[in-house]
Write a protein that binds this ligand. Structure first.
Ligand code: 5AD
Ligand code: SF4
Length: 406
């Protein structure tokens, strides 16, 4: 950034702060954020907090004393949506008593226009509704509301506008999250993410490196976690650099590891179809890399993996795990499992249990399949009864517990 631009940015921040101070004459300028869902959402809440801190607001854990309340929602499963709906609904009386409190709902749930509309109708006391695609507009939308008090429901269709330059207020202790890409191209048949986050967009390598150099200089963070829905396809959409080299995930990891500083590096999440040997090699050969990989398998049945559109077989997955275990002897492995996917029989489910026994993960996240409207799996034949899903998820949890005891 050149000097004039820095001056411009500082000037704008001061003007924005002035506007906020004129309106909020009292010292109480506190904000409260509830975040649902994955680490990406946690990190995006850090961006919302960054904007608010820059405007002179301060964080509180007590909702009752906040002047701005934000719900950053998740749409991955029905349960997450229901919890958000329940919590937002319970604010009705609080909002009636505290008319000056600004209530904001954003995230994956509101990115779906029909959901945003539903929220607006159900809870007319919400002041601002934003999607994931217009997070970068948060500051201007908030300032407009503070000035004009007109309710706003603003959902963009264009996912290309980036939130990467938003200020950050990191809240995850010694861990610093760094976004390396947005969106997903995989369209697993059960998953809502490609619809609420758009197609894969990799962040330029030099921007990522710059952010990480800054993090290292701050000297507050021992761990850096790279974030993306499918980090292994990092760079696929980027152009070659001046040396005719295309950035890849392995090159990005190597470049970060070559930076001086006292930090450990890790990432999430990997897709087994894209995890290449060169990435495994970087983890194996670099002291800075944490020896851990989260590699979601989802199911131990080839029939179900095919229906899920995962594009790998159990055999292929096992061969990757073997390579990982050979090259990184003390590796910590974790995975995600979905039980009760449409057409999953007892035999299919038993194959998942057998696979868990074989791989002996250090950590397993097991979920009951949740119908997401608009995804191919939601209209598949052979939907599984909720009771059976519950029995199966409990069996997975029991098995994992008994394996970890051993
Ligand atoms: N139902 C249940 N679990 C899901 N996941 C993604 N979509 C669904 C769904 N519709 C799980 C997958 C993924 C994790 C983040 O959430 O296991 O890896
Ligand atoms: Fe969803 Fe599959 Fe993309 Fe992961 S890889 S975000 S499960 S579509």
């Amino acid at each position: 950034m050149n000097k004039e631009r820095i001056f411009d940015v500082k000037n704008n921040i001061n003007n924005d702060k002035k506007i906020v101070n004129q309106i909020y004459k009292s010292n109480n300028k506190k904000y409260f954020i509830t975040t649902y869902g994955c680490q990406l959402n946690v990190h995006e809440s850090e961006k919302l907090a960054g904007v608010l801190e820059e405007l002179g607001f301060t964080h509180t854990e007590q909702m009752a004393e906040a002047k701005i309340i934000i719900y950053n929602t998740c749409a991955i499963r029905e349960g997450a949506e229901d919890r958000a709906l329940g919590n937002i609904g319970s604010l009705k009386k609080f909002k009636q008593k505290n008319k000056d409190v600004i209530l904001i709902v954003c995230g994956c749930m509101t990115q779906q226009k029909e959901n945003a509309q539903k929220l607006k109708n159900m809870f007319p006391f919400i002041d601002i509704i934003l999607g994931t695609s217009n997070l970068h507009e948060f500051k201007s939308i908030l300032l407009n509301f503070i000035k004009e008090h007109k309710k706003i429901c603003n959902i963009n269709d264009d996912f290309n506008l980036t939130s990467e330059n938003m200020p950050l207020y990191r809240t995850s202790g010694e861990n610093a999250w760094v976004n390396i890409m947005q969106g997903c191209n995989n369209f697993c048949s059960y998953c809502i993410v490609p619809y609420v986050r758009g197609r894969e967009r990799s962040r330029p390598l030099k921007d990522i490196i710059q952010e990480i150099i800054h993090i290292i200089k701050e000297n507050k963070y021992k761990k850096i976690t790279l974030l993306g829905q499918n980090v292994n396809s990092y760079g696929n959409d980027l152009k070659e650099n001046e040396f005719q080299e295309k950035p890849t995930f392995a090159k990005l990891l190597k470049e970060i590891c070559s930076l001086e500083g006292d930090f450990k590096l890790t990432f999430m999440t990997s897709h087994p179809k894209d995890l290449t040997s060169d990435v495994i090699d970087v983890i194996a050969n670099n002291d800075k890399m944490l020896k851990e990989i989260h590699l979601p398998i989802q199911s131990g049945s080839n029939k179900i993996l095919k229906l899920m559109n995962r594009n790998y077989s159990v055999e292929k997955y096992l061969s990757i795990i073997n390579e990982i275990k050979e090259k990184i002897p003390n590796v910590r492995l974790s995975t995600d499992i979905i039980v009760g996917f449409p057409q999953e029989t007892d035999e299919d489910f038993n194959e998942t249990l057998e696979l868990l026994k074989k791989i002996k993960y250090d950590n397993v996240f097991a979920f009951m399949y949740s119908k997401r409207s608009g995804t191919p799996a939601s209209i598949m034949e052979g939907q599984v009864d909720e009771k059976i899903k519950k029995i199966r998820v409990n069996k997975v949890l029991q098995l994992v517990k008994s394996l970890s005891k051993k």
